[in-house]
Design a protein around this ligand. Structure first.
Ligand code: SAM
Length: 198
C-alpha cells in the first residue's frame, strides 16, 4: 500500500514538473521481460526521479545501477529510493553516463536518456552486457515522429528525430546484434547478441 502511494506521488510530481517517465505499458513489458528472462542485474541510463528503477525492482531480487546527470532529479531519486527502502538494491550515480566507465556485466541495459545520444550510449556500454543479456531502448517512435512522412517544421525536433532514425538504422544493420522492435508505449527495441546457431 505504501509503495502504491509512493509511486502515485512520484507520477504526480513527474507530471507537475514536466519530467518524462516511462509509460505504464512500456514498464509492464520490461517487468515481464525481467521475470521471463531471470534478469538479476540492470544498468539504467537516465534515472530521472527513480520511478522506473523502483518499478523494476519491486517483487524481484534485482540489483540496479542507474545514472542521472541532472542534479535536481538525482536528489529527488535519492529521496524516493530511500522512502522505498530500496537503497540496498538501487545504486544511483550522479554523472553524465558518457563520462563514466563500469566494469560489471548486466543482464539488462535500459537506455532511457538523451534521445540524440543513443548510439553513443550503446557503443559505450555494450561491453557491459552479459552473454545472453539485452539492451532495451525506449522512445523509438518518439511520439510518432520517427514514422512521420511529412517534413517536420521545427529544426531542433527534425534533428532529434533524424538521430533516432539513425539509431534505428544502426540497430537494424548491426551484424553483432539482433533487434526486435515492439509497438509498445513510445516504441521499444530489444537488442541481443546474435547467435550462430539459428
Ligand atoms: N527512466 C526514467 C523513468 O522512466 O522513470 C525516465 C528517464 S527520463 C526519460 C531521461 C533522463 O535521462 C532525464 O532525467 C535526463 O536528465 C537524463 N539524461 C539524459 N542524458 C543523460 C546522460 N548523458 N547521462 C545521464 N543522464 C542523462
Amino acid at each position: 500500500r505504501f509503495m502504491v502511494q509512493l509511486l502515485k506521488e512520484m507520477e504526480e510530481y513527474a507530471k507537475e514538473n514536466n519530467i518524462p517517465i516511462m509509460m505504464d505499458d512500456g514498464l509492464k513489458f520490461i517487468e515481464d521481460y525481467i521475470k521471463k528472462n531471470n534478469v538479476k542485474r540492470i544498468l539504467e541510463i537516465g534515472s530521472a526521479i527513480g520511478y522506473s528503477a523502483i518499478r523494476m525492482c519491486l517483487n524481484e531480487n534485482i540489483c540496479i545501477t542507474t545514472i542521472e546527470r541532472d542534479e535536481v532529479r538525482y536528489k529527488e531519486a535519492v529521496k524516493n529510493i530511500k522512502k522505498a527502502k530500496l537503497e540496498n538494491q538501487i545504486t544511483l550515480i550522479y554523472d553524465d553516463a558518457l563520462n563514466i566507465d563500469l566494469d560489471e556485466k548486466y543482464d539488462l541495459i535500459f537506455i532511457d536518456a538523451a534521445k540524440g545520444q543513443y548510439i553513443k550510449f550503446f557503443e559505450k556500454f555494450e561491453k557491459n552486457l552479459s552473454e545472453k543479456g539485452a539492451i532495451i531502448s525506449d522512445n523509438l517512435k518518439f511520439h510518432g515522429y520517427t514514422e512521420q512522412k511529412e517534413r517536420i517544421k521545427s529544426k531542433n525536433l527534425r534533428q532529434l528525430v533524424n538521430k533516432i532514425r539513425k539509431y534505428i538504422e544502426f540497430l537494424k544493420e548491426n551484424n553483432t546484434y539482433q533487434t526486435t522492435f515492439y509497438d509498445i508505449g513510445d516504441g521499444i527495441g530489444v537488442t541481443k547478441k546474435r547467435t550462430d546457431d539459428c
